[in-house]
Design a protein around this ligand. Structure first.
Ligand SMILES: N[C@@H](CCC(=O)N[C@@H](CS)C(=O)NCC(=O)O)C(=O)O
Length: 310
């Protein structure tokens, strides 16, 4: 774990000491769009996604790529789940692909390829342009929307996971789901002060209670069909019982203790294309093996003892 400073790798953990024991997520730096008249135009075979199967943010992008029929248009490289002193790597691991474009060993080399003296964290997902050899976007919330609409004329797939009529409500739900749940588990797990941890955990479970009440009445978070709000929540839910409950100490309840959320998670898992993007081995291995300041033994637990999907 570390970051690039002026193009050189520095191995250092998140600095919570200067934030009162709290984890503060860095804003993503690359926020370009793909448009028919811009620098980045929608073309088959032009773009590439660098992802981790362990990462909830990258998982969002992988799901949208499947749902929008983009697998033959946008290629992917899957990093190793082990994110150690050199950050995300392309070292061999079952289910990983290596860097299928350039054969690099580390994802940091992709960021340096974009800019030789770059200062940045090296995160997934990365939407990469093969033509200009540059990063289009490394913010999963943006990438979801790019994939949702930018390639429609190419694929003919007009399924809309962020429809005009629901945008305001989706934005509103995304806001608290992001702060209290998606990022909430990280705030709890990376906290280095008791009070900071407790605040995050109580907010997290209050938000899950709110989701449970909503899903007891409705099949999806917003409207009657799957939207990006569901995709964004799903990728946190599937990691919850195997990882966040134990590793991040989010242990007031498990997802299986919430009947409506549990049913909803399994329904989404069974939608075409989703199961193939969900890799529990990468998920468990990444967190327990990479976060050595939380789990110095790197022992990966064998549970949960129940199947998430039955
Ligand atoms: N805001 C980004 C966050 C991405 C992110 O933090 N990904 C994690 C993996 S789950 C990562 O690559 N972390 C490496 C680091 O922070 O150095 C997004 O949603 O795309």
């Amino acid at each position: 774990m570390g970051l690039l400073i002026d193009g050189r790798w520095h191995d250092q953990w998140y600095d919570t000491d200067n934030n009162g024991g709290a984890f503060k997520r860095q804003a993503s730096q690359f926020r370009e769009q793909i448009t028919s008249d811009g620098k980045y135009q929608p073309q088959s075979g032009r773009y590439h996604l660098y992802v981790s199967l362990a990462c909830p943010w990258a998982h969002r992008a992988l799901i949208m790529r499947e749902l929008k029929g983009l697998t033959s248009h946008i290629s992917i490289s899957i990093v190793s789940p082990d994110m150690l002193d050199r950050g995300w790597s392309f070292l061999p691991y079952p289910g990983s692909t290596g860097d299928t474009l350039y054969g690099h060993q580390y994802l940091s080399e992709i960021y340096v390829r974009e800019q030789a003296d770059i200062t940045t964290r090296v995160t997934v997902p990365v939407l990469w342009d093969k033509h200009t050899q540059s990063i289009v976007n490394n913010e999963s919330a943006d990438i979801l929307r790019i994939l949702n609409s930018a390639f429609n004329t190419l694929t003919g797939n007009t399924d809309d996971y962020y429809p005009d009529a629901l945008k305001a409500e989706i934005d509103e739900v995304n806001e608290w789901v992001y702060h209290d749940i998606n990022n909430g588990v990280y705030k709890a797990g990376f906290a280095t002060e008791q009070a900071v941890y407790e605040e995050a955990v109580y907010k997290l479970f209050a938000a899950l209670d709110k989701v449970e009440a909503r899903l007891a009445q409705h099949r999806f978070l917003v409207g009657n069909n799957l939207t990006e709000a569901d995709i964004r929540l799903f990728t946190t839910l599937v990691r919850f019982d195997p990882v966040y409950h134990g590793h991040f100490k989010c242990n007031l309840k498990q997802i299986k203790d919430y009947p409506a959320i549990y049913d909803y998670m399994r329904r989404i898992y069974r939608l075409p294309g989703i199961a193939g993007t969900t890799n529990l081995d990468h998920i468990k291995r990444h967190y327990y093996y990479s976060h050595t300041m939380i789990n110095p033994t790197q022992v990966v637990p064998v549970g949960p003892a129940y199947s998430l999907w039955k």
